[in-house]
Design a protein. Structure first.
Lengths: 219, 316
């Protein structure tokens, strides 16, 4: 039988226990999945973020189907073309709501009270998503893909990026688009959501008694 | 009580908390966006104009094809004088002051346009074609001065070229083996053979289209098609898409700079715009740390609209 209790000396230096306790302290379930929120979270602006994540989910789901059948499939199959259309419009929905979310959070100054890192990760997500979408556009294997690649090479080459990020190399762009960047975006979005849940939503600008409360919150 | 939960509890002290179902909201968002995406996909489909091939270029605009191939031989094409990462053409790489990342990165994808786009494919296609083999020998054994004389004369003649029976016809002149070389290159291209020969690297599987895309990009055919589809740089370029589709609208700011001076006329516009966008993106990320920028939301009363219930209650 495993002994549940253990002395303090036994626990010292236990990495597993240290990580578990850190997670329990920093990421308690009642913060990750709260069932109560401040009453001012009753604005549509708060919906933009979750709709953006839903758009990302459908982008990834449709992308998985496209990747499964290969890059030629959607050019020669009506079913494939429809899945590509789902992918295309899911991306548009994702970006529209991500930008709405970004500007909504900007005008709410959501970086206040110790939330600067959350904002910064959000901006990084936007930048990485732009590059992710770009690799998709040059991987289309149609006229758009050709023309965008031929033009974009001048910007990437001028910036020196072209030495290791060759937009004319379909294999490299496709691999980045279906594997590396989706993983990066997903990890960053997960981190962003955890950041949001760790601190909760920010208070309105200039709340009643804000000076004292902000000072206390930033301690 | 755990750290994060207790800090949230103290942060929200005095704030009325109400019931909220995050999971239900996420599920409804998933269902709502699914319906929206399916409706948009069914109603508007998605763009898929067929790719341009070397074959279609040679068929539809043979004079431009041959003119481009001759410019590759003479070293006058865009690729020939591109600089890094394709070659070491002096002064070709864009720079902003001492910043010249292309030069620092060096030649990572060596391209010799004359050899890679014209002479090597012709050599591969010359098997069983003694006329072409002899023409290639004549060209390669000629002095560079002689080659230049032939190329200059042929380039000038191509300005008034016509097409007859699928072949490019120029006025009679002293062009050496060039008409034979170009006639064969055009013939191979029209069969679709050059599409494959430009991809040839000694490996069976190919996924790198650098050479055929650079060759096509040196011509006017691809850019003329793009201009007709409103896709060129001065038409907001690659944020557009064929047809009436939204394209990469999120690149609007990046593309915007190319439309306005000094970028619209600058030789180093690509690098300048990239640097500007990196700076702007960094500023956006660092807004929380930058006085004035971080105060804008306080001055612009959009937050009063977002939290109107809160302010109404507070100001009551």
């Amino acid at each position: 039988m495993i002994e549940r209790g253990s002395s303090h000396d036994d626990e010292a230096g236990n990495w597993t226990l240290a990580i578990r306790r850190w997670l329990e302290r920093r990421l308690p379930l009642d913060s990750l999945l709260p069932h109560r929120m401040p009453y001012y979270v009753g604005s549509w602006v708060y919906v933009f973020g979750v709709v953006a994540i839903a758009g990302l989910a459908w982008t990834i789901a449709s992308g998985v189907v496209l990747a499964f059948f290969g890059p030629q499939w959607w050019h020669i199959s009506s079913a494939g073309h429809f899945v590509n259309s789902l992918h295309f419009w899911a991306v548009q929905v994702f970006f529209v709501f991500m930008v709405l979310h970004l500007w909504g959070q900007f005008f709410m100054a959501s970086w206040r009270d110790g939330r600067a890192a959350t904002w910064m990760v959000g901006v990084v997500i936007f930048a990485v998503c732009v590059v992710t979408a770009f690799t998709g556009y040059v991987s289309q294997q149609n006229f758009d893909g050709q023309w965008i690649a031929v033009n974009a090479k001048d910007a990437t080459n001028a910036a020196g990026i072209g030495a290791f990020f060759n937009v004319l190399n379909f294999g490299q762009m496709y691999g980045l688009h279906v594997m590396i960047f989706p993983i990066l975006v997903t990890v960053l979005v997960a981190l962003h959501v955890v950041q949001v849940r760790m601190r909760g939503v920010v208070k309105p600008i200039d709340p009643a008694g804000s000076a004292q409360q902000s000072a206390e919150a930033s301690k | 009580m755990s750290g994060a939960a207790s800090s949230q509890e103290s942060y929200y002290a005095g704030v009325r908390m109400v019931r909220y179902d995050l999971v239900k909201e996420a599920v409804l968002a998933l269902l709502g966006t699914a319906i929206l995406v399916v409706v948009l996909a069914a109603a508007f489909s998605s763009p898929d104009d067929p790719s341009v091939t070397i074959q279609s270029w040679a068929h539809n605009d043979p004079v431009d094809f041959v003119t481009t191939a001759v410019s590759e031989l003479s070293g006058q094409s865009d690729t020939a004088g591109y600089g890094q990462p394709y070659n070491d053409t002096a002064g070709a790489a864009q720079a902003v002051g001492p910043i010249q990342p292309a030069v620092w990165a060096g030649v990572s994808t060596p391209i010799d346009p004359a050899q890679d786009f014209v002479l090597k494919p012709l050599a591969l296609a010359s098997a069983g074609n003694p006329t072409l083999t002899a023409a290639l020998q004549t060209y390669e054994q000629a002095s560079s001065t002689q080659q230049g004389t032939w190329l200059d004369a042929y380039t000038k003649a191509l300005a008034d070229a016509t097409v007859a029976g699928g072949q490019v016809v120029v006025a009679t002149g002293t062009y050496g083996p060039l008409p034979t070389l170009m006639g064969n290159l055009l013939g191979v291209a029209r069969t679709g053979g050059l599409d494959s020969l430009l991809l040839n690297s000694g490996h069976f599987f190919q996924t790198d289209f650098t050479r055929p895309l650079l060759f096509m990009g040196d011509g006017s055919y691809l850019s003329n098609l793009a201009a007709a589809a409103h896709l060129t740089g001065d038409q907001w370029g690659m944020m557009n898409e064929t047809g009436s589709y939204p394209g990469q609208t999120w690149l609007w700011l990046f593309t915007f700079w190319y439309q306005v001076p000094p970028f619209s006329t600058a030789a180093n516009a690509d690098l300048a715009v990239i640097i500007l966008m990196i700076v702007l993106t960094a500023l956006l990320a660092l807004v929380p740390l930058i006085p004035v920028l971080r105060d804008i939301p306080r001055w612009v009363p959009v937050h009063r609209l977002i939290w109107r219930t809160y302010y109404r209650r507070r100001d009551a």
